[in-house]
Ligand binder design. Structure first.
Ligand code: ZN
Length: 342
């Protein structure tokens, strides 16, 4: 007895912590089978992901992890565009080829169309873009104006943000707001007050890239609060779990914002798995990973849940303007864990 006590007290403290506390460990190896077991029965909707920058491996993994639909906001491509025609081609790909490519992997693809905040600072080009936006925002599968808002919070950014809010109001479309990385709290407040000033119904506005500093005000004012789960910057998913524990599920949604940078297209299913482990109810998880995003963007009249809730059936022989994703009889699924490529 005495000896046992003695042994216990000599354990290094991190052993005791492992047994006694509920703290989330700093690193957990993701085992695909266990992961899939945790999220079995869930389906996910990622309302912010830039698939033009992602690979077919991503599409396969996303479909396998239960992602049934995505929204791809129009954004900056990593370097400034030099002319109107590249904007046109980009918007056309969001409503065309990328949507087709996604469907070939069994994932329903929607998009939002807008002039991003960075390129709002090129006034000559921004004016030209504003003229063509109405040609795209009424197309099938366009569920909002986005992503728009502030980056450096310049006067020109404000000018084109306001013009696009008016466009959204006229088209009765939801708005997807990108909030700045720098000076986030002020930028978020400013985005919301301008939207209200233009008479937008906050239930038509999704304020994105929130954190602990901004969430309360966004929800209090009746906007949707979206959270980007991002490695290193924005939000990690352990912090996200705490936010859901504190604020509940109403009007909160999670996204990956996966793009050309270091990001994770499985951010939603991984966060759902973490929430399951933390004992958060399945109803709450379903709301923040699926239902709330649908509720917000279905106001566009473009989202019909029956199109994707049981998965899309894809025909590998389908073509888009004569072009197929799958070359010469390839199948949309391949075994990524095999050394052999055949
Ligand atoms: Zn984005």
């Amino acid at each position: 007895m005495c000896e046992n006590n003695h042994q216990t007290s000599n354990h290094p403290s991190h052993f005791e912590n492992q047994n006694d506390s509920n703290e989330i460990p700093t690193h957990v190896e993701l085992k695909w089978d266990e992961f899939q077991e945790k999220i079995r029965g869930f389906r996910f909707f990622d309302p912010h992901i830039h698939m033009v920058s992602r690979t077919t491996d991503d599409y396969q993994n996303m479909a396998q992890a239960g992602i049934v639909a995505v929204i791809e906001p129009a954004f900056w491509v990593g370097q400034p565009r030099t002319g109107l025609s590249t904007f046109k081609d980009y918007y056309s790909s969001l409503v065309g080829w990328e949507r087709f490519r996604s469907s070939q992997f069994g994932i329903k693809h929607y998009c939002t169309i807008g002039l991003n905040s960075r390129e709002a600072n090129n006034e000559r080009l921004a004016d030209e873009v504003m003229e063509i936006l109405p040609l795209y925002i009424y197309k099938e599968g366009v569920v909002g104006i986005g992503e728009i808002g502030f980056d450096d919070q310049t006067e020109l950014e404000e000018k084109y943000y306001r013009l696009q809010l008016e466009l959204a109001k006229e088209a009765k479309l939801p708005v997807q707001i990108h909030t700045p990385h720098r000076d986030k709290k002020r930028g978020t407040e400013r985005s919301m007050s301008i939207a209200l000033e233009h008479g937008l119904d906050p239930s038509f506005v999704v304020v994105d890239h929130n954190n602990e500093e901004t969430v309360k005000s966004v929800l209090d004012q009746g906007f949707y609060a979206a959270f980007t789960i991002y490695p290193f910057t924005k939000m990690g998913n352990k912090r996200m779990v705490s936010i859901v524990e504190e604020y509940g599920a109403e009007k909160i949604m999670i996204n990956s914002s996966a793009d050309w940078g270091i990001s994770d297209p499985l951010a939603i299913p991984k966060t759902a798995a973490l929430m399951v482990s933390r004992g958060i109810s399945h109803d709450v998880i379903r709301k923040v990973t699926y239902e709330n995003a649908i509720e917000a963007f279905a106001k566009s009249g473009q989202i019909h849940v029956s199109d994707f809730e049981n998965g899309l059936s894809s025909d590998p022989s389908d073509k888009f303007h004569g072009n197929s994703v799958l070359r010469g009889g390839q199948q949309p699924k391949r075994n990524q864990n095999s050394l052999f490529i055949d």
